[in-house]
Design a protein around this ligand. Structure first.
Ligand SMILES: NC(=O)c1ccc[n+]([C@@H]2O[C@H](COP(=O)([O-])OP(=O)(O)OC[C@H]3O[C@@H](n4cnc5c(N)ncnc54)[C@H](O)[C@@H]3O)[C@@H](O)[C@H]2O)c1
Length: 258
């Protein structure tokens, strides 16, 4: 097949949870530009529509549906609506994240709430969608974790800033997701459903100058990730171009952890 066809997502339906967030918007943009029909989930549909307004114009195919990953009944309602609207979903980008925990000594209920969204709800949605995708012909699941799920904190990045009290839940659930990805890959053997994980480094978001200096001097490419960096990797894993990549966790950090 011609290489441009291998990367083409025309006619494919791609679902992105938290698609109006920072990395989410980049992921949506990559999928839409590659030709996919994109469904974004959000707890606040109107706000998400405002954030993604440029892709709600003619020429693009974007829909925003309501989903609160903290609520099992919200996930059930969402799955019903998704199945009513679409015959199948070809690509699922498991991207939403909640960050309720404020530092190592944060109230333990913040940890509990994080697990409700980032572990229990995330797994329930992943399990339901995987089963449906498998029943309807297979596809590609892309789990978005973090380099912080692959290593301990590098506190030296935060020297001279007020940002250094890192939340432990984030390291815990991202590490779990990386191995859950391998579990799902083996669980769905023979079902034509691929599971891959992307573990990104930090996305530039106007962070404090001192943090940027500390961080970027350790990155061989000398910068944080920009809004284009994840797009190609998403399209690779979503498309036929990535048809033989399965069970992988890809670190996308500019060489920081090399
Ligand atoms: N931003 C970074 O620098 C960075 C670095 C490494 C990895 N990541 C990963 O990228 C992914 C996206 O992170 P981000 O930085 O774009 O986050 P973000 O906070 O900008 O976006 C997260 C999205 O998830 C949604 N969300 C939160 N709680 C939810 C709930 N209960 N139900 C449904 N949706 C909910 C939010 O509304 C938001 O749209 C995450 O998996 C994160 O671990 C981000």
């Amino acid at each position: 097949m011609h290489v441009s066809k291998l990367f083409d997502l025309s006619g494919k339906v791609a679902l992105v949870t938290g698609g109006a967030g920072n990395y989410g918007k980049c992921i949506v943009e990559g999928l839409i530009e590659a030709g996919a029909t994109v469904v974004v989930t959000s707890r606040r549909v109107d706000q998400a529509k405002q954030d993604l307004a440029e892709y709600l114009q003619p020429g693009y195919s974007l829909t925003v549906l309501e989903l609160d990953q903290e609520s099992i009944s919200s996930i059930d309602t969402f799955m019903q609506e998704l199945k009513q609207r679409y015959a199948k979903v070809d690509v699922f980008v498991n991207n939403a994240v909640s960050r309720p925990m404020k530092g190592f000594h944060g109230d333990i209920d913040q940890f509990r709430q994080s697990m409700e969204v980032n572990a229990t709800g995330m797994f329930y949605l992943l399990r339901e969608l995987s089963a449906w995708m498998s029943d309807t012909g297979g596809g590609s699941v892309i789990n978005i974790a973090s380099m912080m799920g692959m290593k301990g904190p590098d506190y030296s990045n935060y020297k001279g800033t007020s940002m250094g009290d890192l939340p432990p839940d984030y390291f815990f659930h991202n590490a779990g997701l990386i191995n859950l990805n391998r579990f799902m890959c083996k669980k769905y053997a023979g079902k034509q459903l691929r599971f891959n994980c992307i573990s990104p480094g930090g996305l530039f978001n106007h962070q404090a100058e001192q943090f940027l200096t500390n961080y970027c001097e350790k990155v061989p490419l000398g910068r944080m990730a920009n809004t284009d960096d994840i797009k190609g990797l998403i399209v690779l894993l979503a498309s036929q171009a990535g048809a033989y990549i399965n069970g992988e966790n890809i670190l996308m950090d500019g060489g920081l952890n090399a």
